[in-house]
Ligand binder design. Structure first.
Ligand SMILES: Cc1cc2nc3c(=O)[nH]c(=O)nc-3n(C[C@H](O)[C@H](O)[C@H](O)COP(=O)(O)OP(=O)(O)OC[C@H]3O[C@@H](n4cnc5c(N)ncnc54)[C@H](O)[C@@H]3O)c2cc1C
Length: 497
């Protein structure tokens, strides 16, 4: 059979939420992208349903929130089943309830409207990096037979059982699931709502929706994860539910059944030459507290602008490596908090003393804020070189309206400098004006608090510090004068033109 050929800059494997987010970001930065997706149509499966505060901010920064309307929100979350108020300063505190298929719809519409080439019904079969040192080749099988693709980069966004990871043999250390939660959406049952109820024999969760369907989740203490090739039978879930709660739900109608384990693995390298990994392809975790989807979307948001800038020939060689450095560190921390939560959640009587101590600790405001920052993604601070500043590497505190809204929507860098008229050149040269927009505004309305300690001496200019913001909203440089700004511009946006 003859093979069709296709050349592009980036081959994205997988049109799940992460691949779709990445495709949109790459197009925004001007890169050509082909997305391969083996499913003929988007999934309608009930999967993740939580968007955390930082994800809401990044969606807003690209003008995507309006498409979601006003989703239900809930300030209360949990840490290993122990109630935790997730509220932190910012426009989107708490958790926002959006079914994953809706998130995917919005991201797909955006990627398509920006010109991404999404090929559904195409399954990736082979990857070869031994082409010419500069390209990667992939073969997919689609409705018209084999398709040979050639690109500068391939990004694996193909989920927890990543085909790419298997083909490249990328090291993915960690452990498989030892314990699991069973879950089902069931119609026609009457059981009390339960939020992480710990009974003698296990953990039971039940939430009745407005349409009368109840989602049940159950874990029997001491049980181990079964080796599965598909979803569990409803009879198995009903049996475990009966043993744990004493209630019979077997007469209900199961609409969906699923199980998820506490596997915990992370790739050693998120970038291996011209193959990169994002989302569940890069890390496997239990979706506790709705962090899995959010972590993946933020991987894509970190990678998209960097890869696009690199492909424009504008970025320094180190820019792409910062993707691994930054996101691997964030992933490691999130996986650790998920593992800690799994211990608290699925452990039996032996974890009760630990839970009692935690229950006391989370009442301390500093502890609550720390955990909320971790789960919401608001506390992510990348290791960024430059003169020390309280904002360096952190996300610029997000406000609505945002002083850099237009530039961020366009995926550009921003120099917020209250002492400069709008659209004048960044201090240190005008050579970055094609990549960085200068805005004569403080980083926050009334943002005088953004002043590095010890820099407000008699010679320092008045008012808040200037701040250089990357397209993903993180601060690449901040200061009262221009010290280090040209170097930061060059480090993150390449040489001046
Ligand atoms: C059943 C289930 C329930 C979940 N429940 C929750 C939850 O309650 N809360 C939560 O936070 N998270 C949950 N998750 C996790 C969450 O859905 C994932 O973290 C999220 O989908 C990750 O997005 P992704 O784009 O990285 O991967 P995926 O969403 O898995 O997308 C990967 C895509 O790649 C495609 N693909 C795979 N191999 C190939 C190939 N060879 N060629 C072409 N395409 C390929 C797949 O078809 C898929 O569309 C759940 C996941 C599953 C599977």
């Amino acid at each position: 059979m003859s093979r069709n050929r296709l050349d592009t800059q980036v081959i994205v494997v997988g049109a799940g939420p992460v691949g779709l987010m990445l495709a949109g970001e790459l197009r925004l930065g001007g890169a050509e992208v082909v997305v391969l997706e083996r499913r003929d149509a988007p999934t309608t499966e009930s999967r993740a349903s939580t968007l955390h505060a930082r994800t809401m901010e990044i969606l807003d920064s690209r003008g995507l929130l309006a498409a979601f309307g006003t989703p239900p929100s809930e300030p209360r979350g949990h840490f290993g089943g122990i109630p935790l108020d997730l509220t932190l300063p910012g426009p989107y505190p708490g958790q926002w309830k959006v079914p994953q298929f809706r998130t995917e719809e919005v991201l797909q519409e955006r990627a398509l409207s920006l010109g991404a080439d999404i090929r559904r019904g195409h399954e990736l079969r082979t990857v070869s990096t031994a082409v010419d040192g500069e390209h990667v080749e992939a073969e997919a099988v689609g409705p018209d037979g084999p398709l040979l693709l050639r690109g500068r980069y391939l990004v694996a966004c193909d989920g927890e059982d990543s085909t790419v990871r298997g083909l490249t043999g990328a090291a993915f250390p960690g452990r498989d699931a030892g314990r699991e939660l069973l879950r089902a959406d069931v119609d026609g049952i009457e059981v009390p709502n339960r939020r992480f109820e710990r009974l003698a024999g296990g953990l039971a969760i039940a939430a009745r929706r407005d349409d009368g369907v109840t989602r049940v989740m159950v874990h029997e203490f001491g049980s181990t994860a079964r080796a599965r090739t598909g979803a569990p039978e409803f009879t198995e879930i009903a049996d475990v539910w009966k043993r744990v709660t004493g209630e019979d739900i077997s007469t209900g109608t199961p609409l969906w059944a699923n199980s998820f384990g506490d596997a915990n693995r992370q790739l050693v390298r998120y970038r291996d030459g011209n193959v990169l990994y994002a989302g569940d392809a890069a890390h496997r975790q239990m979706p506790i507290g709705g962090q899995a989807l959010n972590l993946g979307l933020q991987d894509a948001f970190n990678l998209g602008w960097k890869l696009a800038l690199h492909l424009r020939g504008a970025a320094p060689a180190t820019l792409l490596d910062s993707y691994h450095r930054e996101r691997h560190a964030v992933g490691r921390r999130v996986l650790a908090n998920i593992e800690a939560q799994a211990l608290l959640l699925l452990g039996g009587a032996e974890v009760e003393p630990l839970r009692a101590v935690w229950t006391e600790l989370v009442k301390l405001e500093a502890v609550r804020e720390h955990l909320a920052g971790m789960i919401s993604g608001l506390d992510v601070r990348y290791a960024v070189d430059g003169p020390p500043h309280p904002l360096l590497g952190a996300r610029l505190p997000y406000t609505v309206p945002h002083p850099a809204a237009q530039a961020l929507r366009a995926g550009r860098g921003v120099l917020l400098d209250p002492r400069r008229p709008t659209d004048t050149v960044p201090r240190g040269g005008d050579g970055w004006a094609d990549r960085v927009t200068a805005v004569a505004a403080p980083a926050e309305p009334g943002g005088g608090q953004h002043r590095a300690a010890g820099t407000g001496g008699p010679d320092a200019p008045e008012g808040p510090d200037a701040v250089l913001v990357r397209p993903d909203g993180h601060v690449a440089w901040a200061g009262p004068g221009g010290d280090g700004l040209p170097q930061a511009l060059e480090r993150w946006f390449g040489p001046s033109l």
